[in-house]
Design a protein around this ligand. Structure first.
Ligand code: ATP
Ligand code: MG
Ligand code: MG
Length: 377
């Protein structure tokens, strides 16, 4: 099978690595340069989306912020999975909120803001504090504003107004600020026949809006059931095919959806060694209409993102159960350059290994890791 991936980043790269043993070959389409590139070397292989689609059996995506004409063209081909509607819902917070409402899945109360009247209504209806998010193009916490105090509303409106004026396609989604205890995500796959397999819930820690650590250990069965039910409702609503990720806020054991990602997800990288079949293979199985693999946890695992660093101390490779994954990217401040996966036979062993890892990594480049080590019990 030949799978074309829209996007040529690390997710396409890891799909390519996972697909090879199944004889599934990946080509990556860089939407910015209109070129097909090799998913591992980034070497240009040709130009033009028409040809790329014609050469592929299946078309999928590694990100959701894709120009609409490209989505339409892929949809036209009849090869696009999970398809235009799902990708759009992941890339536009207005459609995402509508989807969650339609699927009767809980998320933060919201109000869509296009003008000053909407802005005032949002504050009246939802109360403070509020989080304002750009409807389009937000990722890694970019395109967000917070409002805590009524006296700051006028100044914030100036900023939001300028933002809305600059792009007629944008809106802002005002959301109630959720005082969550933890952030968790559920990654799962759905196949055309309706089969669903979900990985165990992953606990996530963000630093400055960017994912830093994901942790998958023996979890709470009640929470897992809740997440799985919400996942299935969203996936069925979309008639979804492929891997889908859902981010949740855990508020005293009650889950609220934060957002969805219609693709493989950074918080699922631990599945490369903590699960039987990793999320990348699972996605390829789903979109190629092959049986899904078991998504059960094989061993407690975690992932640490490498952000803006080109190297890590070699000595970390001495830690048993550790695997290092580089993405072959050129360095930029804060850029996702690679990740570290770590496993243990038991949670206690994982914790001990994580503490060794923390002692070897520079604090400045890997802040707040100890907070997550404390979660491992
Ligand atoms: P991603 O890179 O995960 O796609 P994003 O830019 O789409 O990020 P969100 O996930 O919506 O942004 O928000 C980023 C972070 O901001 C969340 O992980 C959470 O920590 C915080 N946050 C977002 N919405 C809320 C909310 N309503 N209440 C409290 N915190 C929030
Ligand atoms: Mg997002
Ligand atoms: Mg998010």
């Amino acid at each position: 099978m030949k799978v074309l991936v829209l996007g040529a980043g690390q997710l396409a790269r890891m799909m390519s690595l996972a697909g090879a043993p199944l004889n599934i070959s990946i080509s990556a389409y860089d939407v910015n340069s209109d070129s097909i590139v090799h998913p591992l070397t980034q070497q240009p292989l040709g130009k033009g989306l028409d040809k790329a689609i014609a050469d592929a059996d299946v078309v999928t995506a590694e990100f959701e912020h894709i120009p609409l004409p490209i989505l339409a063209q892929c949809q036209q081909s009849g090869k696009f999975l999970p398809g235009e509607t799902a990708i759009k819902a992941g890339g536009d917070r207005r459609l995402e909120k509508q989807l969650l409402d339609d699927a009767a899945v809980r998320s933060a109360a919201y109000h869509i803001v296009n003008n000053e009247t909407d802005f005032e209504q949002a504050i009246r209806k939802l109360g403070l504090p509020l989080v304002f998010k750009s409807a389009l193009a937000g990722y890694d916490g970019k395109g967000q504003w917070r409002l805590k105090r009524a006296e700051d509303a006028a100044a914030l409106w100036q900023q939001l107004d300028a933002f809305l004026q600059a792009d007629s396609k944008q809106s802002i989604v005002a959301e109630q600020f959720i005082p969550f205890q933890r952030e968790v995500s559920l990654i799962g796959a759905r196949r055309a026949n309706g089969d669903v397999q979900v990985f165990p819930l992953t606990e996530n820690h963000h630093v400055n809006g960017v994912l830093s650590v994901s942790l998958a250990a023996a979890g709470n069965e009640q929470l897992q059931q809740q997440a799985q039910q919400m996942f299935t409702a969203v996936a069925n609503q979309l008639n979804y095919i492929g891997v889908l990720a859902i981010e949740f806020f855990d508020v005293n054991g009650e889950l609220l959806v934060n957002e969805i990602a219609p693709r493989v997800h950074n918080s699922g990288h631990w599945t490369q060694q903590g699960a039987d079949v990793c999320q990348f293979e699972q996605h390829l199985r789903a979109v190629c209409n092959l049986p899904l693999g078991s998504a059960a946890l094989v061993r407690p695992s975690l992932m640490v993102n490498i952000l803006g660093e080109e190297s890590v101390p070699e000595a970390i490779l001495d830690i048993p159960g550790l695997h290092l994954h580089w993405y072959g990217k050129t360095k930029r401040a804060g850029r996702k350059m690679g990740h570290i996966n770590l496993s243990g036979a038991t949670t206690a062993e994982l914790k001990a290994r994580f503490e060794t890892l923390i002692s070897l990594l520079p604090e400045t480049a890997f802040p707040e890791l100890a907070l997550m080590a404390a979660r491992l019990k």
